[in-house]
Design a protein around this ligand. Structure first.
Ligand code: PRP
Ligand code: URA
Length: 209
């Protein structure tokens, strides 16, 4: 599929396997989500434009490259997307951070919005929407609707575990958005949870099991 990048790096695959394990406790779970997010951000920022600048080393003047223009805005989808923020900020400390609060209604699985705070220059930035779980795709699709409404035109999505159903749903609604996914799982169960999955990402991140 166009605009879909499935991570194939062995470190990412290895860390996702540990993330899935029922015995992986809260602290290690948070650390793994951070590490996986940092590794995925490396891939998702591979095509950032560069520009030439003149600098001076202790020895001479030289023309070198830096990232061009306004940089990034990352937008975690609350709650679970918050777990991905710190890992990415280690790589890109100047990224602005917007927040979108959505939860999935337990019966309908439809996303319900409860918070939305985005920087006012999202139209000038690459926006990366963050949510570790892409199940039906309803939540991230709604989050992308909101960042588009705020003016963003250059948008990517990063999810750690996805499904074909969720990827197709986001792609149908937002064909312009490149999806970076750590791994694509088999299916959803009758409650909308990803199988084999890793359970409820928000609960495992924040210890609310
Ligand atoms: C989870 C997850 C996604 C959503 C994925 O959030 O973090 O946002 O479900 O499901 P979808 O693709 O079918 O929309 P949840 O609703 O559990 O909220 P929480 O992060 O606040 O626990
Ligand atoms: N949200 C989660 O946290 N986990 C799933 O498997 C599906 C949605």
């Amino acid at each position: 599929m166009k605009n879909l990048v499935i991570m194939d790096h062995p470190l990412i695959r290895h860390k996702i396997t540990i993330l899935r394990k029922i015995e992986t406790k809260h602290k290690e779970f948070c650390e793994l989500v951070e590490e996986i997010s940092m590794l995925m951000a490396y891939e998702a920022t591979r095509d950032l434009p560069l520009e030439k600048v003149e600098i001076e080393t202790p020895l001479t003047k030289t023309v070198q490259e830096v990232i061009s223009g306004k940089k990034l805005c990352i937008v975690p989808v609350l709650r679970a997307g918050l777990g991905m923020v710190d890992g990415i900020r280690l790589l890109i400390p100047n990224a602005k951070v917007g927040h979108i609060g959505l939860y999935r209604d337990h019966d309908t699985l439809e996303p319900v919005e409860y918070y939305n705070k985005l920087p006012n220059d999202v139209n000038e930035r690459l926006v990366i929407v963050l949510d570790p779980m892409l199940a039906t795709g309803g939540s991230v699709s709604a989050a992308i609707d909101l960042v588009k409404k705020a003016g963003a035109t250059n948008i990517k999505l990063m999810s750690i575990v996805g499904t074909e159903q969720g990827i197709n749903f986001v792609h149908k609604n937002h064909p312009d958005v490149t999806i970076y996914v750590g791994i694509v799982d088999e299916r959803l169960n009758e409650h909308g949870y990803i199988l084999p999955g890793l359970g409820d990402a928000g609960d495992r991140l924040f210890g609310t099991l």
